[in-house]
Design a protein around this ligand. Structure first.
Ligand SMILES: [Zn+2]
Length: 60
């Protein structure tokens, strides 16, 4: 298990456009499995992850 290190002074970088992300856009998805949120980059609109019931998972 890797330790979690809190870093609030460093902005994450979008893996697609390499721009710093200071906010994350999301939209709700409603389907058979319930409501989920799709998170995406405000710069290039690349998908960053989808929330599941157990939390946010990055990648598909
Ligand atoms: Zn991006």
């Amino acid at each position: 298990m890797l330790p979690f290190v809190k870093k609030e002074d460093v902005l994450p970088v979008c893996p697609h456009c390499k721009k710093e992300i200071n906010s994350v856009w999301f939209r709700e998805l409603k389907g058979d499995l319930g409501k989920r949120c799709l998170y995406f980059c405000p710069h290039c609109r690349a998908c960053l992850g989808v929330s599941h019931r157990k939390g946010l998972t990055f990648g598909w």
